[in-house]
Design a protein around this ligand. Sequence first.
Ligand SMILES: CC/C=C\C=C\CC(=O)SCCNC(=O)CCNC(=O)[C@H](O)C(C)(C)COP(=O)(O)OP(=O)(O)OC[C@H]1O[C@@H](n2cnc3c(N)ncnc32)[C@H](O)[C@@H]1OP(=O)(O)O
Length: 716
Amino acid sequence: MAQFTLVSGSVGLITLQNPPVNALSAATRQGIVDMMNKALNDPEVKSVVVCGQNRIFCGGADIKEFGTKISGPPLIPTIHTIEATNKPVVAAIEGSALGGGLELALGCHYRIAHSKARLGLPEVTLGLLPAIGGSQRLPRLIGVPAAIELITTGRHITAAEALQLGLVDHVTRSSTVDEAIKFAQSVEGKSLDSRRISNYPCPHLPDLDAVFEGVMQEVRQKAHGAIAPIACVQAVRAAATLPYLEGMEIERQLMETLFTSSQARALQYTFFAQRAVSRWSMPSGARWDTSMPKPVHKAAVIGLGTMGRGITVALAQAGLSVVAVETQEKQLKEAKLVVSGILERAAQRRGMAPTLAKITYSHDIRAVADVDLVIEAVFEDEALKEKVFQQLSAVCKPGTFLCTNTSSLDVDHLASLTHNPELVVGMHFFAPAHVMKLLEVVYGSKSSPEALATVMQLGKRMGKVSVAVGNCWGFVGNRMLKPYMEQAFYLLEEGATPELVDQALVEFGFPMGVFRMSDLSGTDVYWKIRKEAEPVGASGQEARVRKGLRYSPLGDLLCEQGRFGQKTGQGWYQYDKPGSRVARPDPWVHNFLEEYRARHGLVARRIDHAEVLERCLYSLINEGFRILEEGIAAGPEDIDMIYVFGYGWPKHRGGPMFYASMVGLAKILERLEHYHRAHPDVPFMQPCSLLRKLVTCGSPPVHKWKDVIKKIHSQL
Ligand SMILES: CC/C=C\C=C\CC(=O)SCCNC(=O)CCNC(=O)[C@H](O)C(C)(C)COP(=O)(O)OP(=O)(O)OC[C@H]1O[C@@H](n2cnc3c(N)ncnc32)[C@H](O)[C@@H]1OP(=O)(O)O
C-alpha cells in the first residue's frame, strides 16, 4: 500500500498506493511506517519525497474504517519521526491532500503542490477534528484566524491560496514529483531546524481571549447544534495557548469524544449516501450503470421568473449554451439583467471571465427548436404548463428531452400531452436554483432510462446532489413535508405558539422552524396547493374536517387576512416592514389563535419541545416509510439526501430515515401508535406497515433496509 524507490541516486521516493484516493487505510498506514523506516535507515537515502499514486496525494483517513474497530499503526509517531529526522522530507502534492493526507504533509519539512491541487482539513464535515497534529501544526504555520476558518469549515482550498497562506512552499505547473525530487536533492545536508512546524510558536494574537470568545460565538451560531466545529475551536485554542505536546493531548481528548459520537456517524453516513444516490435505479430494473446518457450541449429554460433565472445561471455555469425564453418583454429584460449580474459577480469571485455569451434570450418559444433539452419553469399553474408542453412537443427537434420544474404537478399528465412521453422527466429545483444543492429528478411511468440518465448527468454537471424519485403528489420532499406542517398546525390548535414550535425545531438543528420557513417562502404558496388538493371547506365545526379526517384551516385563515409572511411584513410573525428578515412574535397571532380555539371549543394545554419534535418529525418519517414501501424512493439514502440538501435537515443528524434508525424504529413505532390512539382522526399518524415489518425483523440498520424492502416486494 506504499512503495519505496530509490531515485536520482539519493532520494527515497515513497508512493502511497490505495486507489481511488490513496486513503489512509490500516494497510496504507502500515506501508507508510515501513517505507519511511526503510528510507530513514538506509544510508544511501539522503532525502525523501512522499507522493501519491495516480496523481492524487491522499484523500485522508479511510472513512470506511470509521465505525469499525481501528487496526493498524497510528500515524502520529511516524509523523514525529519524519519531523525529527535530519533527512529532508518533501511532500509532492498532486490532486488532493485532505485530512490525514494534509496532516502527513504538515509533518514533512517542505510542501510542493501542483497548481491544480486542492488542500484542506475536512474532518469537521465528518464530525471529527484534525487529530494527527493538524489542529496544532496548522495555526503554528498559517496563524490562528486562517487556521480556524479552514478547520471549522473544512473548506478545500486551491494551491494558489495555499501558497498565499504559507501552507505550501512552492506551486508548479509541471511534474510535481520531478520538482520535489530536484528540490529534495538541493536541500540534502542542510539544517532543518527552521522547518519543524511543531517547534514554531503560534503567531501572537493580541487579546487572544476576546478573539476566541468572538469566534466561538460565531461558530456556535453557524453549527446549529453540531459539536465538531466547537471542538475544532477548542483544539486551535490549545495550539495558541499551550506547548505543542500539551496541545496534542487536548487534540487527542477532543477526538476521543467526537470519534464515537452519533453526529460523526450521521455525517459519515451522509458522505457515502451523497455518493450512493448517484447510483440510481428504477422499479423497471433500469440502472445507472446500464443506461447511457445522451450528450447535452445546448439547453433551454422556459419562463424567467425567480426559478427560471436561477436555472439559467446554473446551466451557464455548467458550461452549456442556454436559450432563455420569456414571453413577457418586461420580465425578459429584467431577467437578463439579474442573470448577467449573478454570473458577473460569481465570475469575479472566482477570478474568471463570466459566461454571458453562452446565453441567448428570446420571447419566442420557437427559439428552442434546436436544443437538446428544455427545462420548463413557468408559473406553477397546471393549465399554463399543459399549454407549454404541447407547444414544446410541436417545436422541438426529435429526441429533445422535455423537463418540468414543477414542485407538485403530475409529471405523467404533462408527458401525456407530448408526442414522446419517454423523453419527459421532472427536474424539481430548490430556490435559489443556482445555489441550492438539491435536484429532485422525477421519472414518470413512461420516462426512458436514457432520459433519466441524461438528466442525472446534467444534474451532476451543475454540481447538484441529484436524487431520482418516482412520480407522486409532492414527489418525496413536499409529500413528507405535508404531515410535518399539518402537525405544526394541530399543535397550534392544541395550545402551542409558532415561536414554541419553531424553537423546538431550531434546537433540533433546522436553520429555522416551520412557521418562520413558511413566512420566508410565503404562506400563500402552500395555501394555493392546499386549495387545489383539498375540497373547499365548510364553516363551523365542519371547517376542521376534510374527507372525514382532521383538518386545520389555520393556515388558510391566516392567508385570508392577507398575511403572506415576510414579503407582506406579517405572517406567523411580524416584521418591521415588508421584506424585513427580523421576525418578532406577534400578539395579533396569539390573539387570533385564542379566538380560534374559543370558537371551536378547544382548550389550550401545555405542549413541550419533545412533543413538538415527536409529532412533527415522526409523522414526516412515517410518510418516508410509506414512500419507501411504494418504491417512490429507491432507498433511505435518497430520502435523507433530499432532506439534508433541500429541506435544511441538520446534516449531523443524517436525514430523517437515518435519524429514525438512531432513535430506534421500535420507539418511533411506539410513539406513532401512542399519538394515533390519542388522535385517531389525524391523518399520517397511523404507523406504516413497512415500519412495523422492519421492527418485526429486529430493526435492521439503515443500510440493510433495501434488502428487507426487496424481500417484501418479491413476496407481493
Ligand atoms: C486512522 C486515522 C488516520 C488519520 C485520520 C485523519 C482524519 C481524516 O482524514 S478524515 C477524512 C478526511 N478526508 C475527506 O473528508 C476526503 C473525502 N473525500 C473527498 O472529499 C473526495 O472524495 C475527493 C478526495 C476530493 C475526491 O473527489 P472525487 O474525485 O469527486 O471522487 P469521489 O466520488 O468523491 O470519491 C471517489 C470514491 O472514493 C471514495 N472515497 C473518497 N474519499 C475517501 C476516503 N477518505 N475514505 C474512503 N473512501 C473515500 C468515495 O466514496 C468514492 O467511492 P465510490 O464507491 O466510487 O462512491
